[in-house]
Design a protein around this ligand. Structure first.
Ligand code: UDP
Length: 330
């Protein structure tokens, strides 16, 4: 049987790099693509010697050309942390709109099955809790998160249109908060921010009073869910995430305990349109993919802390530059 070939956009990012590893392990020929705006080659440099891997330094919002056959495409290119997409909203809008258009066009030409990475942000600041796939969301299109939320919603609409009009084989995963090794230290997300602040002995910066909730999924669980969805025959959106919910304040306290840090939690002004609660309803994934997360937060946080501690210590300091939130949060 011929070796299967897969294109992964956003290959040098957090999730993209884990997907590259997984599909190499599965025996695929993997073509990674990234423009390296938020991705980092160090996440995939171990693959450069692998004969089943090649890398294109390319911006997916420009015409995409890949020679040879493609069986699958995973579209994971996009800034995904609030600080990133507030800093580069235009690129964020382009990658999920123009970029998705290019990817769907390529999938059509190659007769490939395509899976696009959507997000729990399509639910906005949700008025229904937990969030099932049938919920249409509560999104502010013109707020600071609008560039991400609306681009991802457009991406879903375009993907469905290609499915309906061209009969393309499409899959849509709605990803909830995910963490683990290879997350950037400086992307402003709560987990790397809190862990690196604790390791530097600085106070942990909580936005608002910390009563907002999130539900954190360990990356290995997420990747397993994505692989199962790709190989399923279900084309409508599926939530993948861990339903174990926690307030940001409790989460900060957990990080302080885990790291043994003497730092304190301090409260900063709230972020605009910050969802007050978020928790996936994963009944659909359980039913059609026989999937649910297996790794507890305690276990996942230990592994993630070990990764951050394994990095050269200077990186904890070098990667601090994002902290100019006030400038973007208006
Ligand atoms: N958060 C925080 N302090 C930080 C970074 C984030 O209190 O330094 C909060 C943020 O306001 C949000 C939650 O943590 O309520 C998760 O934020 P993150 O940026 O990780 O992702 P989001 O779920 O908002 O996309």
């Amino acid at each position: 049987m011929a070796q299967k070939r897969i294109l992964i956009t956003g290959a040098a990012g957090f999730l993209g790099s884990h997907l590259c590893d997984r599909f190499i392990q599965e025996g695929f020929y993997v073509i990674g693509m990234d423009n390296l705006i938020t991705g980092n080659l160090s996440n995939i440099e171990h693959l450069f010697q692998n004969k089943n891997f090649e890398f294109y330094h390319h911006d997916v919002t420009k015409f995409v050309f890949v020679s040879g056959e493609l069986d699958y495409i995973l579209h994971f290119a996009s800034p995904a942390s609030p600080i990133d997409y507030m800093k580069i909203p235009i690129q964020t809008l382009k990658v999920s709109s123009l970029g998705t258009h290019n990817i769907l066009g390529l999938a059509r030409v190659k007769k490939a099955r395509v899976l696009v990475a959507s997000t729990s942000e399509v639910y906005g600041d949700p008025l229904i809790h937990p969030q099932p796939e049938s919920y249409y969301g509560n999104v502010n299109p013109i707020g600071v998160r609008g560039c991400y939320d609306e681009a991802k919603r457009f991406m879903e609409a375009l993907t469905m249109a290609y499915h309906r009009i061209h009969g393309l084989e499409t899959r849509i995963v709605r990803i909830f908060n995910t963490y683990g090794p290879k997350m950037r230290l400086n992307d402003g997300r709560v987990l790397p921010t809190f862990i690196s602040q604790a390791l530097r002995g600085e106070d942990l910066t909580m936005y608002g009073d910390g009563s907002q909730t999130r539900s954190f999924c360990y990356v290995d669980d997420l990747i397993e869910g994505i692989v199962r969805l790709l190989f399923s025959d279900y084309h409508l959106p599926v939530n993948i995430g861990n339903p174990e919910e926690i307030t940001i304040k409790e989460f900060g306290e957990e990080i302080l305990k885990l790291t043994g840090s003497k730092s304190k939690l301090i409260s900063l002004p709230p972020m605009q349109d910050d969802p007050k609660q978020r928790k996936p309803d994963i009944s659909l994934a359980k039913k059609i993919l026989n999937w649910e997360p297996k790794i507890s937060r305690q276990e996942g946080l230990k592994k993630t802390l070990a990764y951050f501690q394994s990095l050269p210590k200077e990186r904890l300091y070098q990667e601090k530059e994002f902290k100019s939130l006030e400038k973007w949060n208006k």
